[in-house]
Design a binder for this molecule. Structure first.
Ligand SMILES: Cc1ncc(COP(=O)(O)O)c(C=O)c1O
Length: 280
């Protein structure tokens, strides 16, 4: 089941050609996107996702996204969805066609969540650490690298996932060359030690996660300590839990890292997952 809507709120056939071959999103990956979890017809964190779309647009010198248009398109997708209770809602904006008048291409697409992701939510995942070649300070020093923007240029992230598969794992924890933890290719990393949750700072050049923000807020209200500071990759092996979180995968625990079994975090994961779900 897929539902496609344009920013004027009209539906389009997801199986019919729509994007021009000279669209810069297609030929250069020059654009931005968001993926939002919808449960029982309710989009989670739509506002923060649209805010982040705006931040990404500013980082790429794109025009401000047509917020009302994206809300309209999202509503059209939700109103016409007859698939599973959970949906992944993608909002996409590209720089438009090469040599055109600068009008961005935009659409909203509702998709089923893959059974693989649903299984990983329940069972946890094996991950490997991979060097992302990012050093502290690089994001600020070289803003043209677009570190921390949710751009359409995800080929590197997908290549990292294939490398993980070659190494017998399903996921990746990116690290700086100095061995500090960054994020997953499509997720935020959270380490749990005692009653403290820690995530690396976005200033390292990673995407500020909406799921992480919701979990941290819920955890803080429930008496946990939440910390945003660098984490050494070595410290993950002794953490009580290592989590990869994102809108679609929700809270997923890493049970194996670089082929080494991590301490059993089943109970902690269940507790934090319930805490996250209590926000909805
Ligand atoms: C690189 C990256 N980091 C983190 C995340 C998690 O963000 P969110 O929780 O807002 O989905 C994503 C989401 O896809 C991502 O692509």
């Amino acid at each position: 089941m897929r539902v496609l809507a344009l920013l004027d709120g009209t539906l389009a056939d997801p199986d019919a050609p729509l994007i021009r071959i000279d669209d810069l999103g297609l030929v250069r990956g020059d654009g931005i996107f968001e993926t939002i979890l919808v449960v029982d017809g309710k989009p989670r964190e739509l506002g923060p996702h649209l805010d982040r779309l705006e931040r990404s647009a500013a980082m790429l010198d794109l025009p401000a996204p047509d917020r009302a248009g994206y809300e309209r398109a999202a509503k059209a997708v939700l109103d016409n969805w007859s698939g599973s209770a959970e949906m992944a809602l993608k909002l996409v904006m590209t720089r438009g066609v090469e040599g055109g008048d600068g009008t961005p291409t935009g659409f909203a697409l509702g998709l089923e969540i893959s059974p693989k992701v649903l299984a990983q939510r329940a069972e946890g995942i094996a991950a490997v650490t991979l060097d992302r070649g990012i050093e502290p300070g690089l994001a600020e020093r070289a803003p043209w690298l677009l570190l921390g923007a949710k751009s359409l240029s995800y080929a590197v992230n997908m290549a990292a996932l294939r490398e993980a598969e070659r190494r017998g794992a399903a996921e990746v924890v990116f690290t700086t060359s100095g061995g500090s933890v960054l994020e997953g290719p499509t997720s935020t990393l959270i380490a749990v030690r005692g009653r403290t949750l820690t995530t690396p700072p976005a200033t390292l050049g990673i995407l500020p996660g909406t799921t992480q923000a919701v979990l941290f807020q819920a955890a803080e209200q429930a008496g946990w300590t939440v910390v945003v500071e660098p984490i050494a990759a070595e410290d993950l092996f002794t953490a009580d839990a290592v989590l990869l979180v994102s809108s679609v995968r929700s809270i997923t625990r890493v049970h194996t890292l670089d082929g080494r079994a991590l301490p059993d975090s089943t109970a902690l994961h269940a507790e934090l997952h319930a805490l996250y779900e209590s926000q909805y």
